[in-house]
Design a protein around this ligand. Structure first.
Ligand SMILES: Nc1ncnc2c1ncn2[C@@H]1O[C@H](COP(=O)(O)OP(=O)(O)OP(=O)(O)O)[C@@H](O)[C@H]1O
Ligand SMILES: [Mg+2]
Length: 258
């Protein structure tokens, strides 16, 4: 039986009170199976980042449950959330969030230092990941000496170091040009297919979304539509066309980034 890595139940996140209330996430339920590559799309302000930040326990939901490998992390205390955040989830951000005064290698090793991974083990993992991502040549460079694509690959190695159950990415291609965006998506796709990594990715970019196996479209904090790639028969460009169709229906900021 396929394993549910993430199971989100009736999730709500409201900001503010009374007349000033913003229902950023307003009753979202879905689950992600091990090995899925799920995209989250939707107009600006539809709740994508809020949803992802609830799952990463960066923010506490107003209501609802978030089961990660069977445990409701929304009910954890802060200390336990911190442990989970660091070791069970890997993150990719639009702006990479690398530390400027550390080299590529030192950035990748950050989580190992924080979570007490043994040096021998971390060296072995880094060897494998940096080979896979093709970044061995830039490990001694500082972020200011790297291209955007290189920075995001360093960030990807950092996200993967502790072998997280799920990778959460918020617009990982947002700051990359078309070529580097495709490179990164090829790599995420290979991680997903060859290493069976589970990925949940927010994106505005239909080209990036076409790499996913399934896409949830948000509107006003709820799931408006879901698309699933027909694995055997559908080409990436056919899936792209269906994605663009839903984006056109959704309007309001989703399609103007095309
Ligand atoms: N800290 C906050 N306090 C109050 N309102 C917030 C806060 N963060 C987000 N919001 C509101 O919640 C709604 C959802 O925001 P969110 O950032 O999740 O949207 P998004 O789908 O990620 O948009 P974008 O595509 O522009 O990144 C918006 O109306 C936003 O103004
Ligand atoms: Mg956002």
């Amino acid at each position: 039986m396929e394993k549910k890595i993430l199971d989100i139940r009736s999730l709500k996140k409201y900001y503010g009170k009374g007349e000033n209330i913003t229902k950023a996430v307003d009753g979202i339920s879905f689950y992600v199976l091990e090995g899925e590559f799920v995209g989250i799309m939707g107009p600006s302000g539809s709740g994508k980042t809020t949803l992802l930040n609830c799952i990463s326990s960066m923010i506490r939901p107003t209501e609802g449950e978030i089961f990660l490998e069977g445990e409701n992390i929304a009910a954890f205390n802060e200390k336990k959330q911190m442990e989970y955040r660091g070791s069970k989830m890997g993150y990719l951000f639009q702006d990479f969030k690398l530390l400027d005064n550390l080299t590529g290698l030192e950035n990748i090793m950050m989580p190992a230092a924080i979570h007490g991974m043994k040096e021998k083990e971390s060296r072995k993992r880094i060897e494998k990941l940096t080979g896979f991502l093709g970044i061995r040549r830039i490990l001694n460079k500082y972020p200011s000496q790297m291209s955007g694509g290189e920075k995001q690959r360093i960030a990807a190695a950092r996200a993967l170091l502790l072998d997280p159950a799920v990778i959460l990415a918020d617009e990982p291609t947002g700051a990359l040009d078309t070529k580097n965006a495709r490179h990164l998506m090829d790599e995420l796709s290979a991680l997903n297919k060859e290493m069976n990594r589970t990925i949940l990715m927010v994106t505005h970019n239909p080209d990036a979304a076409a790499y996913c196996s399934r896409i949830l479209f948000l509107k006003d904090g709820t799931i408006f539509h879901e698309l699933r790639r027909r694995e055997e028969t559908e080409t990436q460009s056919d899936f792209y066309a269906r994605i663009a169709d839903v984006m056109a229906q959704l309007g309001g900021g989703a399609s103007n980034v095309l």
